[in-house]
Design a binder for this molecule. Structure first.
Ligand SMILES: Nc1ncnc2c1ncn2[C@@H]1O[C@H](COP(=O)(O)OP(=O)(O)OP(=O)(O)O)[C@@H](O)[C@H]1O
Ligand SMILES: [Mg+2]
Length: 479
């Protein structure tokens, strides 16, 4: 909820706690054990960004974010929470938010597609869980495709290109480095698995125009609200490597496409990545460096990134250090490992003399959190123990029909629904193969002798020809 153009997240003993929109691009973290209120805190932030006119992107793994399309429902317990936060329950506005659903599998939202080329060899290798040697071959494949003008749009193109470099491995090995048939075979098997997991829906065209995530909706009173883009990720999440690589692709493509912006009053877009620890599993060093770099530099392009995870220790230190705005819900401290995690989490905060941070983390109630946001100078504020406000939209999932209606009424309906299959490497290579076969067929079908005016004449190579005769629609050189 907004208060004097600042995001009012909750209230501590010292009064309301605010996140400053100008500091929202300094990234953030929402952590806490299961059921402690992370998703609700995320919603409170997302709604406020929307009210500021800032579009947001959320990955929804349990479908419990879909409720943002309709107003929340007043209840005694929410009234009590509001009063506890110093808000007037009578004046609290339960409302719906402009929401657009997306789905990589094109089932629960507009399809999101990217071309193989856009994904690039680094991320694609990760998506296919390739080892270093195989990733090297993938790199070569991309270089050959670029050099020889083969467009890599969908998985068919990728497969055709794999056959092509496999068949011409000797030649390419000389120019680009080792292309072993074992590596090509391994990549082909990995592509087949990706296809079975529905990767063929994701790769293709029309590719997503990231501008479609930066939309704002016009209210009747002339004010603007940022559109809430929800990625329906319950199916995608069943394949954690694809889920996490997809999110990384989004981040890197935004980074590549957006211009530098410098400091601004509010961010251009804010991303919330649920189950964020998955992003960093099985990352090659090259990819890890890329993620760190993107996270570090993307803020000057006006993009805020908020990671949601159970345990802050799941996030690599180099990234954790860049997350300026923090909401820490309760952590359990049953095992020595848990206790260590609590310590680590506590150490990331500037202590408040009023309470012991470590002890507070283990005793927070649901919907209560330790909160520290950056001040106007970019310095982390002293940690506060705050009760988080309730969201204004509906808490929980919506019915399938409600979702369908929302998709059908979306201004983007029809833009991405139909896949388009334009000429790529597959089409070009098949056409070349066909032409080659036809030429070969013609040479093998060439007659050795022709009967010309009752005399048998020998068919010879063109340069030895005495004359040419017409036969079977072709001109033949003869002696
Ligand atoms: N700020 C809040 N206002 C009102 N209710 C809340 C608040 N925070 C949490 N709750 C209640 O607690 C429940 C659990 O919260 P939530 O779903 O956010 O937990 P979570 O940390 O995301 O859990 P999980 O890790 O399982 O996803 C909510 O469904 C809601 O009923
Ligand atoms: Mg949750």
């Amino acid at each position: 909820m907004l208060q004097d153009n600042r995001i009012w997240v909750g209230t501590s003993a010292g009064g309301p706690v605010h996140l400053l929109p100008a500091m929202a691009n300094r990234h953030g973290l929402i952590a806490g054990a299961t059921g402690t209120g992370k998703t609700v805190s995320l919603k409170v932030l997302a709604e406020s960004f929307s009210d500021l006119g800032v579009p947001v992107f959320l990955s929804d793994i349990k479908s419990d974010l879909s409720g943002m399309v309709k107003p929340g429902v007043r209840s005694d317990s929410l009234d009590k929470r509001l009063r506890g936060c110093g808000a007037d329950p009578e004046a609290f506005a339960y409302k719906a938010y402009p929401t657009v659903f997306w789905d990589v599998y094109a089932e629960q939202g507009h399809p999101i597609r990217a071309t193989v080329e856009q994904m690039g060899p680094l991320l694609l290798s990760r998506m296919l869980s390739l080892n270093e040697t195989q990733s090297g071959v993938m790199n070569i494949l991309f270089r050959v495709a670029r050099a020889e003008g083969y467009a890599l749009r969908d998985l068919q193109d990728l497969k055709a290109m794999l056959v092509h470099i496999g068949e011409n491995a000797k030649e390419y090995t000389l120019t680009y480095g080792n292309v072993s048939s074992a590596s090509v075979g391994a990549i082909q098997r990995a592509v087949a698995i990706l296809e079975d997991q529905g990767g063929d829906t994701f790769f293709g065209e029309p590719a997503l125009d990231i501008g479609d995530w930066l939309r704002v909706a016009q209210n009747e009173d002339g004010t603007e609200q940022g559109v809430i883009n929800i990625l329906s990720a319950d199916r995608l999440f069943n394949n954690p490597t694809m889920y996490s690589t997809f999110l990384l692709w989004m981040l890197t493509s935004l980074y590549d496409r957006l211009p530098e912006r410098g400091d601004a009053k509010k961010p251009l877009i804010v991303f919330f990545f649920d189950e964020a620890h998955l992003l960093f599993n099985n990352c090659s060093r090259a990819l890890m460096e890329k993620i760190e770099q993107v996270v570090r530099l993307i803020r000057s392009k006006g993009v805020g990134v908020y990671f949601i995870t159970q345990n802050p220790a799941d996030i690599p230190m180099t990234i954790l250090g860049q997350l300026g705005n923090r909401i820490q819900h309760a952590l359990r401290a049953y095992t020595p490992l848990d206790q260590k995690a609590v310590k680590v989490a506590a150490q990331t905060f500037r202590t408040n003399p009023a309470f012991d941070t470590e002890e507070a983390i283990t005793t927070l109630k649901t919907g209560e959190a330790l909160v520290s946001f950056l001040d106007e100078h970019g310095a982390p504020g002293i940690v506060e123990r705050a009760t988080i406000l309730p969201p204004q939209s509906f808490m929980g999932a919506i019915a399938a029909e409600e979702r369908e209606q929302c998709i059908a009424e979306s201004p983007l309906y029809g833009v991405y629904e139909e896949a388009v299959d334009s000429e790529g490497a597959f089409e070009k290579l098949s056409a070349q193969k066909k032409a080659q076969e036809a030429a070969q067929a013609q040479t093998t079908q060439a007659p050795r002798f022709l009967l010309v005016n009752g005399v048998l004449r020998q068919v010879v190579p063109v340069e030895q020809a005495r004359e040419f005769v017409q036969y079977n629609g072709n001109l033949w050189p003869i002696l």
